[in-house]
Design a protein around this ligand. Structure first.
Ligand SMILES: Nc1nc2c(c(=O)[nH]1)N=C([C@H](O)[C@H](O)COP(=O)(O)OP(=O)(O)OP(=O)(O)O)CN2
Ligand SMILES: [Zn+2]
Length: 134
């Protein structure tokens, strides 16, 4: 089994509503996501796939939904204020944790046809979440 991993970098603002500590406050992160793709065999170029194919797939999703966006739970009371001021945000059914964001990226890559095995999201230099299935 071959596994390749591509890293991408992006930023977002968020807050964790009802969090007991400092993460209940509006704040932001400059994050790294690592996307791992597996294959039993290599293609004619001796690759699982080109790193640039992963980059293109994941960056188009990240640019549209996550990068320099404000990620909020759908019940967050700040949303009407952002809306009234034409500020960009994304309302999620779940709290915008590293776990949830890594799963969002995973599901997009899987839906795009890649044999993704894991997405890891470093929200800070010392804290990261992984999402995988099976
Ligand atoms: N399981 C999770 N726990 C926390 C998440 C998360 O997404 N999943 N998110 C946060 C905050 O949004 C933020 O990431 C803060 O993380 P934390 O490591 O606590 O913050 P610091 O970098 O300031 O860590 P220190 O070690 O205290 O310096 C919180 N928890
Ligand atoms: Zn945070």
């Amino acid at each position: 089994m071959f596994i390749i991993t591509k890293e991408v970098y992006f930023c977002y603002g968020h807050r964790l509503m009802n969090h007991a500590g400092k993460c209940r406050n509006l704040h932001g992160h400059s994050v790294k996501a690592a996307i791992s793709i597996a294959s039993e065999q290599l293609n004619d170029h001796a690759m699982v796939c080109d790193f640039s194919e992963i980059k293109q797939c994941v960056e188009s999703y990240i640019d549209e939904y996550l990068d320099h966006n404000f990620l909020l739970h759908k019940d967050d009371p700040i949303m009407p204020v952002l809306h009234a001021n034409n500020e960009r945000f994304l309302a999620l059914d779940e709290h915008p944790t590293a776990e949830v964001i890594s799963k969002m990226i995973y599901q997009h890559i899987k839906k795009s046809g890649f044999n993704v095995t894991q997405v890891t999201l470093w929200e800070t230099a010392s804290a990261y979440a992984c999402y995988q299935e099976n």
